[in-house]
Design a protein around this ligand. Sequence first.
Ligand SMILES: Cc1cc2nc3c(=O)[nH]c(=O)nc-3n(C[C@H](O)[C@H](O)[C@H](O)COP(=O)(O)OP(=O)(O)OC[C@H]3O[C@@H](n4cnc5c(N)ncnc54)[C@H](O)[C@@H]3O)c2cc1C
Length: 408
Amino acid sequence: MKEINNVAVLGGGAAGFFAALSVKKHHPQAKVILYEKTTKVLAKVKISGGGRCNVTNSDSDIDALCMAYPRGGKQLRNLFYRFNTTDTQEWFESRGIPLKSEADGRVFPVSNKSQSIIDCLMQEAEDLGIDLYYNKTITSLKKDGILWNLSIKDEAATKNFNAVVIATGGNPKISGFDWIKTLNHKIIAPVPSLFTFNMPNEKITELMGVTVENVYMKIKKHGIEVSGPLLITHWGMSGPTILKGSAFGAQKLAKCEYQFELLINWVGEKNTTILFNQLQACANQNPQKTLFNQKAFSLPQRLWQFLVQKNNIPQTKKWIDLSKKEGRRFVECLVNDKYLVSGKTTFKDEFVTCGGVSLSSINLKTMESKTSAGLYFAGEVLNIDGITGGYNFQSAWTTGFVAGQLKT
Ligand SMILES: Cc1cc2nc3c(=O)[nH]c(=O)nc-3n(C[C@H](O)[C@H](O)[C@H](O)COP(=O)(O)OP(=O)(O)OC[C@H]3O[C@@H](n4cnc5c(N)ncnc54)[C@H](O)[C@@H]3O)c2cc1C
């Protein structure tokens, strides 16, 4: 490979910063310019994780890590051997940003402030002499011999570079894919991922605020099944399980315009014989108590009473009077409780795009375009997205790091 002396990184988000830093680390002689369209870099880092920045996940098992990506998990495997969640934590901690892991695996700066992450990245960029240019919207890229010729909005003169890293993010309204398409890359139509489900006609919304620790959530028609905690909201359902389901079903759910049937198993147990026996044990122990007031499973009281009513079991009905038929019907409802979803809501303004530059257009050893030598991609502009838990930043750090090496 010829000596790299002039590199442009397009997009001042997590992936663009990590790519620029990686270029400098691997090619210290190169002049590196980072072009950002807006007046601010790292804007999403700032608002991420509710202002705390869930910078990565504490899970260091690469197989488990790959499973957290509905799109790109398989392809990220080898990249994670080069830069993974452990590397991310070491990277920030060795630069004076202590991190902490929460019980669910999310990793945050001890300061609980995303600004700590921004300050660290900005300081590193300054120390390494990376030039940051703001208010520069890239409008086109053309190959000129062995150089890349870059056009910037409202600027007549174009600029030449040996290599370019595109890290313009996944939001088609902000980054726009037209100029990337012209370079013969396959683009998977972007659709939202990580959203909550609207249930405007379901009475369960009256239980807003109720959480259930472990449910199975199934969207049978689209072959989606996930498990974990669920939160009932005033508009429908949310929580890690719903967000995970929305991520794994992003494309299919977009296609059906977010109208579908959902099945909830409230008790986290699928074996109906076990559940029926548990119901009978409760009846034997509490024959004179009402079903309404005596739970057979450790569900929130309001949810239990809601389900009793949903099964048309009168509030006064005693356990001793519950017929086997009624018991079986109740068990069926506990494991396959139907809800109609109609629409979606963005989760805490946190959205991630499913879609973007197809990984089939990319050499996954280098993140270089297969069709355009010297052109690299990193971050959400690619068809890679993860569930919540720090996985989206991790793929930005990983792909940025590898792209910035500019070769294997
Ligand atoms: C509210 C919110 C909270 C989130 N919280 C978390 C979290 O806690 N943990 C987590 O892992 N993930 C989180 N995410 C997802 C995560 O922020 C993104 O996956 C990640 O920021 C993607 O990084 P990126 O650098 O690829 O893209 P971006 O951060 O989108 O950066 C792309 C940059 O490119 C610039 N740009 C676009 N087009 C051009 C152009 N033509 N020329 C020049 N510049 C251009 C944009 O202005 C932008 O600054 C959150 C997302 C949101 C919206």
